[in-house]
Design a protein around this ligand. Sequence first.
Ligand code: DON
Length: 600
Amino acid sequence: MSVRVFRDVLRLSLAVPLWAGLTAGALAKDNTAEIDSRALDTTAPATTRQALADDVPVVADHAMVVTAQHLATRVGVDILKEGGNAVDAAVAVGYALAVVHPCCGNIGGGGFMLVHMAETKAGPAKNLFLDFREKAPAAATPTLFQNDDGEVVDGLSTDSYLAVGVPGTVMGLETARQRFGTLSRKRLMAPAIQLAENGYTLRPGDINILDTRTQDFADQPNVADIFLKDGMPYEAGDTLKQPELAKSLKAIADHGTKAFYEGHIADELVAASKAHGGILTRADLANYTAEWRAPIRCDYDGKTVVSAPPPSSGGTAICEILGIIDPLPLTDWGYGSAKTSHYLIEAERRTFADRNTYLGDPDFIDNPIDALLSDAHLDELRSSIKADRATPSSDIQASLGPDEGTHTTHYSIVDSAGNAVGVTYTINYLFGNARIAGDTGFFLNNEMNDFTAKPGVPNAFGLVQGKANQVEGGKRPLSSMSPSMLLDDNGDVFMVTGSPGGSTIISTTLESMINVLDFDMNMQQSVNAPRIHNQWLPDVTRVEAGYLTPETREALRAMGHSFNETDSWGADEAVLVDSATGKRHGANDRRRPAGLAAGF
Ligand code: DON
């Protein structure tokens, strides 16, 4: 699938009429006048704030689960009601999403889990990050996706068996369960097995995702057998059964990670890879490990941000952007105002230049996190922003001194004891590379596209990256996935947030925080609010409909900004804990109509 087709796939048409008709969004005092003295139309008819006015989160007294598919949310709630903790629920939801959200939930990919274990008599609170990101097969080299002339071969890192990284999800979920879970693997996997075996009823929100890859399904007979109905797309109301996936899940439930990394499933993965020009070996699977890592931390607006460390770029980038904007009066400027937008764009532009240049798998390179998040660096970046002009991305280079060295899903869970889990996991594209090995029943990832195929050549998300993220055997590709939490001053969880969306994950996750902290939105308004994203290159800012008023957009244009208004992106599934009442506020993103926030 070409990059262009992929962009179309990313642009799921999940528009909600309210938003489709949105025309303007002056929200708070607009400071455009300071930049452009033209009189502003402050009487715009439908403001974004008005459009958000009726958005309220789901509120529960004890516990909350928010996922992109309602049946997976129910699975999580049942586990919590039965006395399981947030990690138990996260494991059960992880397997359930592999069945009911097959575009994105997976056992053929990898991801990250952020865990907050609340203080108990036995010890203080802990914040831990589990890295179960895919690894490159051992035989992978920096030029894997280039031809003999050194040119990147279109589609090789996305649409072939070379695109497949060694999957990490099964190892990750079992590693988390063994350390913090209280229920058996069989108990936690039973709902997923049942949903795969007996099937589930497809809703319109499921169908519009399945429909994005009908042709790719049709091209692979073993995929068409499962995901097409007699060769035709499924329709809302149909039942989707996945007996092959049920068999794979049962094997894992019965025999643990060995069933995936050493047994029949491993045989099928290696055989399919060999038969189709891949390089995956039994040893790659047998040697796969998940790693516990210390999360990235920073302070913002009286909260502690806890987020994803490398091999994710997410936590570092979020903290870098927050560090740049921290002293600015965003609350006075208002959501969507010209000033807020200008400084957000400029902070993101500078941060992505650093992200794309310096970050990579910590098992292979030294990530200069301390330098990137140092006051000196943040001050320097902030002071390089001109108040009245956009900085062309071509004028920005990654700025540390030389010696310093679109598919995915996110879910958030808070249990009654105050433990919390945020998981973002992925097979990269919607339905990964749309291939299923033999009779295993699950889609394989095309995560290898997240590597730098060649320095300077953009990947599917348009990220122009460098050598720190070049392909190497056993290395994990740099990710943008950012399961994140905000902690209040007692160290208790205040928010769990995260999103799919490739490079836009970083801005989506960040905006879900500042919409609450700076712009006084509730959790539902925060995830529903239109978004803005800049990633240095290409030198254009993406905005969702309704983010900018025509006047603000014009004022920013006059400053040198250019915009690409694209359809909705991201799907932030978030929970906020009301510090005063302890109530859990769950928010399913309006962009995932099949999703659900539910609690008790
Ligand atoms: O790890 C990453 O950054 C990407 N593979 C995530 C892909 C993604 O979010 C696709 N969804 N739109």
